[in-house]
Design a protein around this ligand. Structure first.
Ligand SMILES: Cc1cc2nc3c(=O)[nH]c(=O)nc-3n(C[C@H](O)[C@H](O)[C@H](O)COP(=O)(O)O)c2cc1C
Length: 205
């Protein structure tokens, strides 16, 4: 039995390609294991941006926290708990202005938590989350896997870095790219994504 956490973040609702293909991966994995899928739809239900209540609250001794700090830290804890409970995490991210959507950035701002999901020691940073597989679906209007735009893919590089920073280094990236280049490119992009997913699922079998 595999517990899957599906984190989607596009603000584009049913039009979202990152959501569609992230869900495909989660459902295909689930069909094999009869486990559970817990959905965290950050597009439909965005998290509030972090505030001083969270930043100060997470370092305050629990018995001294204000009601706002308790609420903010409890929210962060519930997000970390969802990750801890999952065997596999599937994340969908559609590029907005060369990076991930702010909805997904807000999630990372809660879960990237000193002493809980990472810590520094004499040798540098250490991710504290237990190893688990992550499928990261990135959707982009342009092509970033190669060519002149490759150095501008701040979305994939940033997300892979952040995941590794908190201990999640086993990441399979699936791209949906070039969908706004032309109608033919959009069709080819979808076919390529489907092939990438088939290959990723075969590797996981
Ligand atoms: C506000 C906005 C900004 C975008 N910025 C970029 C961009 O910087 N580079 C790019 O290649 N595509 C960009 N796109 C296109 C999206 O990345 C593309 O439509 C992708 O499929 C969005 O993910 P989604 O389908 O999961 O919503 C942008 C789209 C929107 C709506």
């Amino acid at each position: 039995m595999t517990n899957i956490l599906l984190v989607t973040s596009s603000p584009r609702g049913p039009q979202s390609l990152s959501t569609r293909f992230a869900r495909d991966i989660a459902e295909s994995l689930n069909a094999r294991s009869a486990g559970t899928i817990v959905e965290r739809d950050l597009g439909a239900a965005p998290l509030p941006h972090i505030t001083a209540a969270y930043i100060d609250g997470r370092i305050a001794p629990p018995e001294t926290r204000t009601p706002e700090q308790i609420e903010a830290v409890d929210l962060a804890q519930s997000l970390v708990d969802e990750i801890q409970a999952a065997d596999v995490i599937v994340i969908g991210s559609g590029m907005i202005n060369f990076g991930p959507p702010t909805q997904l950035k807000a999630w990372f701002d809660y879960i990237t938590w000193p002493g809980v999901t990472f810590r520094y020691d004499a040798t540098g940073v250490m991710g504290l989350l237990p190893a688990k597989k992550v499928y990261l679906v990135t959707a982009t209007g342009g092509v970033f896997s190669e060519g002149r735009n490759a150095p501008l893919d701040f979305q994939t590089t940033y997300l892979v870095h952040l995941l590794g920073f908190i201990g999640l280094t086993d990441i399979e990236v699936v791209r949906v790219e070039g969908t706004l280049v032309s109608p033919d490119a959009a069709k080819a992009a979808v076919a390529s994504t489907e092939a990438q997913i088939r290959a990723a699922l075969e590797r996981a079998a």
